[in-house]
Design a protein around this ligand. Structure first.
Ligand code: PGA
Ligand code: ZN
Length: 441
C-alpha cells in the first residue's frame, strides 16, 4: 500500500548568517522521513513570496521564525496528515489553497517551502530513489554548469562597489570535478592578486567570495580577468565572467546610482555601459542589469545585449510563473534565476524551469546569500535539467554541501535507480568560444 503522511513538524534552526530559519520534517506511514532547511535572501525583491518572521518582541531581535514553525506544526500539519505521499503537486496545492494569499504571507513561504521539500525527500526515500531521480520524473536530468562567485559587492559585502557578484563561468570544463578545480584556483589566485595590491581581504563575504575594497565596478572586472589568467585559464575561451548587477538595490527615482563611480545613469545609460563592458571583457551572463519593475529598460537590454549574453531575471522574475510569462511575451529577458523560496513550493519552481526551457530561456538554479547545509538545490538543478547552477563560492560549507552533493551525483554514487528512467546527461558545452548557450532547449 502506498505510504501516507503520518506527521509534519518544524524546528527553528540557524542559517549561514546566524539568522533563524526553519527546518521541516515529514514522516510517512511506511517509516520514510524527509527534512529540509529553508534559505533566506538579503537583496530580496518586492515580488517574492513572503518569508514569515516574528517581528517586534520576538526572539533574535524580531528575526525569529516561531510563527512559521507554528504554521507548520498547527494548520499545515493538520491539513496534510493522512494524505497519500508522492503526489507533490497535490501536497503543494493543498498548502497554497489553505494559505489563500497571493504571496503565501499567511503561513509564510518559509513554512510552506520547508514542508514542500521535506515531502519530496520523504517520497523519494519511500520510492527508494535518489532525490534528483525522484524529482526528475520524465525530464532529461543533466549535470549543471556551475557559475561561481569570486568577488562580492553590493549588499553582500558592505556596498564597497554597487554590483553584487562577479562570477566565474568555467564553460571549458567538462565535469563538476574539473569546474571546481578551475574555480578554486581562480578563487585562490584572486586572493593572491588582491594581497599583492594591498587589498587583502580579512575574510570572505556572505557567499564565500572576496569582498575587497575596490575603486569601481570596472576594476572588479579587470581583477576577474587577471585572476582567471593567473590561475592558468584562458579568459573567454575556457573561463568567462558572469555578473549580478542586482540593479534593484541601487535604483532610486528612475536613476541608477553608481556611487563608487561617481555617476548616476538612466536605464539606457546603464545598458550602454554594460554593452561596453560586454565588449571589453568576456562577459557571458548579466543578472538583474536593471531594476525589478523596469520592464522597458529590460527590453532595451535584451535588444542591445540579448544575442551576446544571457540576461538573467532574478528580482525581475522572482521565480514567478506569471512574471516569467510576461518576460517571454515581451522579450524582456532570455534567462531566469530560479530560487525556490521566491515562490515557496517545489511544484511552482519546477513549473518555472519547465516553462523557461520550453520558451528557449536559460535557467539558473540559485542559492540565497543566507543558506544552510541543505544540499537540495544540487538535486533540483540536476533533476530539472536546468543547465546552470549558482550557489556561491568554493568556501563556506553551506556552499560546499551543494557542490559536494553534485560531485557524488556526477560520480554515480546516487545512481542506483530502476531502469526505464532517462540516464543522466553529462556536462556538455557546445558554446562557441566563451559564449554560454542562451537557447537551452
Ligand atoms: P540574495 O542574493 O539571496 O541576497 O537575494 C542572491 C542573488 O541576488 O542572486
Ligand atoms: Zn541576483
Amino acid at each position: 500500500m502506498a505510504a501516507h503522511i503520518a506527521e509534519v513538524r518544524a524546528l527553528q534552526v540557524l542559517d549561514s548568517r546566524g539568522k533563524p530559519t526553519l527546518e521541516a520534517e515529514v514522516r510517512l506511514t511506511d517509516g520514510s522521513v524527509g527534512s529540509a532547511q529553508v534559505p533566506s535572501g538579503a537583496s530580496t525583491g518586492r515580488h517574492e513570496a513572503r518569508e514569515l518572521r516574528d517581528g517586534d518582541g520576538g526572539g533574535y531581535a524580531g528575526q525569529g521564525v516561531a510563527a512559521a514553525v507554528a504554521s507548520v506544526n498547527g494548520p499545515l500539519a493538520s491539513a496534510l496528515r493522512g494524505l497519500p505521499a508522492g503526489n507533490q503537486e497535490r501536497i503543494d496545492r493543498v498548502m497554497i489553497n489553505l494559505d489563500g494569499s497571493a504571496d503565501k504571507s499567511r503561513f509564510g513561504a518559509n513554512a510552506i517551502l520547508g514542508i514542500s521539500c521535506g515531502h519530496a525527500r520523504a517520497a523519494a526515500a519511500s520510492a527508494g530513489l535518489p532525490l534528483w531521480r525522484a524529482l526528475a520524473g520524465a525530464r532529461q536530468a543533466k549535470i549543471p554548469l556551475p557559475i561561481v562567485n569570486i568577488l562580492s559587492g553590493g549588499m553582500h559585502a558592505g556596498r564597497q562597489i554597487e554590483f553584487q557578484d562577479f562570477l566565474a563561468v568555467p564553460h571549458g570544463c567538462t565535469s563538476i570535478a574539473e569546474s571546481l578545480e578551475a574555480v578554486a584556483a581562480i578563487h585562490r589566485s584572486m586572493r593572491e592578486i588582491l594581497a599583492r595590491d594591498g587589498r587583502a581581504p580579512s575574510g570572505v563575504a556572505d557567499e564565500g567570495g572576496w569582498g575587497p575594497r575596490l575603486d569601481s565596478n570596472e576594476q572588479a572586472l579587470e581583477y576577474m580577468v587577471r585572476a582567471i589568467a593567473e590561475a592558468g585559464y584562458d579568459p573567454g575561451n575556457q573561463v568567462s565572467i558572469a555578473i549580478d548587477v542586482a540593479a534593484t538595490h541601487f535604483h532610486r527615482e528612475g536613476e541608477y546610482h553608481l556611487a563608487s563611480e561617481g555617476r548616476s545613469l538612466d536605464a539606457a545609460g546603464l545598458v550602454s555601459l554594460l554593452e561596453r563592458w560586454a565588449r571589453e571583457f568576456p562577459i557571458v551572463a548579466i543578472e538583474d542589469p536593471l531594476a525589478e519593475d523596469d520592464w522597458n529598460g529590460w527590453r532595451g537590454a535584451c535588444r542591445a545585449l540579448g544575442s551576446r549574453c544571457a540576461l538573467v531575471g532574478d528580482d525581475l522574475l522572482a521565480t514567478n510563473p506569471a512574471r516569467l510569462e510576461r518576460a517571454i511575451e515581451s522579450r524582456a529577458a532570455n534567462a531566469v534565476l530560479v530560487k525556490m523560496n521566491q515562490i515557496g513550493t517545489l511544484t511552482e519552481t519546477l513549473q518555472v524551469v519547465d516553462r523557461a526551457l520550453e520558451a528557449g530561456f536559460a535557467a539558473v538554479v540559485s542559492a540565497r546569500s543566507g543558506e544552510t547545509e541543505d544540499s537540495f538545490l544540487a538535486d533540483l538543478a540536476v533533476a530539472a535539467g536546468a543547465g546552470y547552477i549558482k550557489i556561491g563560492s568554493v568556501t563556506r560549507s553551506e556552499r560546499l554541501a551543494k557542490y559536494n552533493r553534485l560531485l557524488r551525483i556526477e560520480a554515480g554514487w546516487e545512481k542506483a535507480v530502476p531502469e526505464g528512467l532517462a540516464p543522466l546527461r553529462p556536462l556538455r558545452h557546445d558554446e562557441k568560444r566563451g559564449r554560454v548557450r542562451v537557447n537551452n532547449a
